[in-house]
Design a protein around this ligand. Structure first.
Ligand code: HEM
Length: 515
């Protein structure tokens, strides 16, 4: 009798649990989305209808695949329909501020510069960064990119001086040396016709990797390089997994790839730990006065006075900077080289300026770089048309008022940087044309709205590495312009696409000819 009762109770308990689970799923996957749709609809904000569980993913993927199936004409910079096809399509139907469902997660697209200013500046206390996808988190580390609150503020304060222009300028000679080494290699590979075809994506990646390693590790550069090599391998493995369908918990299964990832992660942490210990010993014995201050040095220094800067924190920051600093700058270099190949008249202007300021062979100095105004204009126009980071996301920490809209706590806001940069109401009728001249009177007066140009983000969480990126890009391009003329290879296909960052789908083959 007791056994029967026990069985019966068990059955009831299981049934209750199943009912609760089903109810929870129903709320999460059906009732809540409907409620959110209603809430925004009452305020005049619409969007493509939510579909159970998958949201708008099917349409999103379909549009993306269709858009990326064929390359664009080389002369066109109207890349929004190809790169952010869903935004381009639904904006025409629902207006610039609309709802889109990534599964059961809703995002409100916000491209009105007045609203963007509220999110990042005037009412930034209501919004914070979202938690990254677990795979991205593993790659980017738990550093400045993803930290929040007091810990973020503490780290940002410690790291900021490393990225001040005065400190970075000390790196110019060593950066210039790396660029010349790269160009010497190109010169040694010239074909019989006296030129060479280079896929600049790969070469620029190696170059920027070198610079970010020096900025992060300074005097421990060689040891740091070995660690970043391991991280690069980890990046490749994680990126492969990222391209597959996301199965929650899959990264914890002992698959061959996961085991390799774990091993790499362990090795990276162990090597960094050793490096930090050795560096601490060295710092006690040697006064490092000459040379630029590096990231690791600043973190170690801070750890002496603050128990809140642990070895774990230092490891995570190093990971974060390698992730944030490498491909962003190499993408900027790639797109600018492509643009100068497509627009030879600007290549000539930029070269004339470099030759006037630095001569035809002397390496540009830090003071020369400041004088290269045309090159600055070209880089800005490149960042406008082809921003390496095409969008960013924020989440409402509490119920908030944005413009006239009521935003419930937890709503994610998608800010499509690329769309803002191509908006004709902000940039005029020639928004999709390459015209560096629009920046001739500076960034502030180039657009009709001060928030129209945001390649490095906005507000307190603006990119900490922007000085380094611009310095490096200017230096590399000026030395390339001194030594080579260049044009697109016939095999180049204009196909900007996005996988985390904006990159050329089929690479960027360019023909370089020594001058
Ligand atoms: C052309 C090159 C680059 C572009 C376009 C770029 C773009 C951005 C953008 C848009 C953000 C803000 C993201 C957001 O608000 O959600 C950001 C943040 C950040 N970037 Fe960059 N970045 C570049 C280069 C670099 C470099 C070279 C480094 C490091 C050496 C770096 C390190 C960071 C870090 C650590 C953050 C987070 C800052 C914080 O939240 O306090 N970036 N970047």
């Amino acid at each position: 009798m007791e056994a029967v009762l026990f069985q019966w109770l068990k059955l009831v308990l299981v049934s209750v649990m199943v009912v609760v689970l089903v109810l929870k799923l129903w709320v999460l996957l059906w009732w809540r989305p409907r409620k959110i749709e209603d809430h925004f609809s009452r305020q005049g904000i619409k969007g493509p209808p939510y579909h159970f569980f998958i949201g708008n993913v099917k349409e999103l993927v379909g549009m993306m695949l269709k858009a990326s199936a064929t390359p664009m004409p080389n002369s066109s910079h109207n890349i929004l329909p190809r790169v952010l096809s869903f935004y381009h399509h639904w904006k025409k139907i629902y207006g610039a501020t609309f709802l889109v469902w990534f599964g059961p997660t809703v995002r409100l697209t916000v491209s009105d510069p007045d609203l963007i200013r509220e999110i990042f500046i005037s009412k930034s206390e209501f919004y914070e960064k979202t938690d990254a996808h677990p795979l991205i988190k593993q790659l980017e580390g738990d550093g400045l990119l993803s930290l929040k609150g007091q810990k973020w503020a503490h780290h940002r304060k410690i790291i900021t001086p490393t990225f001040h222009m005065e400190n970075l300028k000390l790196l110019v000679p060593v950066m210039a040396q790396r660029v010349t080494e790269m160009l010497d290699q190109w010169s040694a590979m010239l074909s019989d016709s006296g030129d060479i075809k280079i896929d600049v994506c790969e070469w620029f990646q190696t170059l920027t990797e070198d610079v970010i390693t020096r900025t992060a590790f300074g005097i421990s550069y060689e040891e740091g390089k070995a660690i970043f090599r391991l991280q690069a391998q980890e990046l490749v493995l994680a990126a492969e997994t990222f391209q597959k369908v996301f199965i929650p918990g899959y990264r914890f299964l002992p698959t061959k790839r996961n085991i390799r990832c774990w091993k790499l992660d362990k090795e990276i942490k162990k090597s960094l730990m050793k490096l930090i210990e050795r560096r601490k010993m060295k710092a006690r014995n040697v006064k490092e006065e000459e040379g630029a201050m590096d990231l690791l040095g600043s973190l170690i220094e801070a750890s002496y006075s603050s128990p809140n800067m642990t070895v774990h924190d230092m490891i995570e920051e190093c990971k974060s900077f390698f992730f944030a600093g490498k491909e962003t700058t190499s993408n900027l270099l790639t797109w600018t080289t492509v643009l100068l190949s497509m627009h030879p008249e600007w290549q000539v202007q930029a070269r004339d300026e470099v030759l006037r300021v630095c001569g035809s062979r002397d390496l540009p100095t830090k003071d020369d770089l400041v004088k290269l105004k045309t090159l600055s204009m070209i880089l800005n126009e490149s960042l406008r048309l082809y921003p390496p980071v095409i969008a960013t996301i924020r989440e409402a920490k509490s119920d908030a008022k944005l413009g006239g809209y009521m935003i419930p706590r937890g709503t994610e806001l998608l800010i499509p940087i690329l769309a803002v940069h191509h908006d004709q109401t902000i940039w005029g009728n020639d928004a999709n044309e390459f015209n560096p001249g629009r920046f001739s009177k500076g960034v502030a007066s180039a657009a009709k709205h001060p928030v129209g140009f945001i390649p490095f983000g906005l507000g307190v969480r603006t990119c900490i590495g922007q000085n380094l990126a611009i310095l490096q890009a200017k230096l590399a391009l000026s030395i390339i312009l001194q030594r080579f003329t260049f044009r697109l290879a016939q095999t180049y296909q204009h196909a900007p696409t996005v996988l985390m960052l904006l990159y050329p789908q089929y690479g960027a083959p360019i023909i370089f000819k020594p001058r």
